[in-house]
Design a protein around this ligand. Structure first.
Ligand code: IMP
Ligand code: MG
Length: 178
């Protein structure tokens, strides 16, 4: 594993992003919605850096199945969302890769009648995007490598690493056969 972003770099990036978000919304009440499961670490950190009146919620989106790193069908479970009617909503996810997950989630949540909806991600993978809509906030651009840590998993492992690391191709191959 190769460390792409150290714990201190991640912390600084999250702080900068929280400052941008705070500047945009000011004291207006905000509903933050984290995408399960990858956003849980970012969600926990970023909500403590924001000081407007805040509601915190989650939505589940699953696309990467089992050991594969190829995108499958996206399953969205929005049962845990509160009433979003008339609210300013910020959707938070770990990584913006092809953009399909965020695009579909934003579309679904738009249908729930929020006043506004924006999105924030920790990472954006360079050169992978297939959708026209980009996240409103992004802490880091990274090369096109499979990364883990700070919430991001490979086969549900490594989410607890406090830094972001890229898996070597042989580590990905090893995971597939196990
Ligand atoms: P997208 O729909 O292609 O933008 O994929 C976004 C989702 O795929 C994220 O929410 C992640 O859960 C997952 N994902 C994409 N790239 C990576 C990666 O490098 N490591 C771990 N998960 C990833
Ligand atoms: Mg995810």
């Amino acid at each position: 594993m190769k460390i792409l972003l150290t714990e201190a770099e991640v912390r600084d990036g999250v702080r900068r992003m929280a400052e941008d978000i705070g500047r945009f919304y000011g004291d207006k009440p905000l509903t933050i919605v984290g995408v399960l499961t990858g956003s849980v670490v970012l969600l926990a950190d970023i909500i403590r850096l924001l000081d407007m009146p805040l509601r915190v919620s989650v939505v589940q989106a699953k696309s990467y199945r089992g050991a594969t790193t190829v995108r499958g069908e996206l399953l969205i479970n929005a049962d845990l969302l509160p009433d979003l009617t008339g609210c300013d909503v910020l959707l938070v996810d770990d990584i913006f890769d092809t953009g399909h997950t965020l695009f579909e989630l934003l579309g679904k949540m738009q249908g729930l009648g929020p006043k506004s909806i924006r999105s924030a991600v920790l990472l954006r993978k360079r050169g992978r995007q297939e959708m026209t809509r980009e996240p409103d906030y992004c802490a880091f651009e990274i090369p096109d490598e499979f990364v883990v840590g700070y919430g991001l998993d490979y086969n549900d492992h490594y989410r607890n690493l406090p830094y972001i690391a890229a898996l070597e191709p042989h580590e990905i191959a090893a995971g597939k056969s196990s």
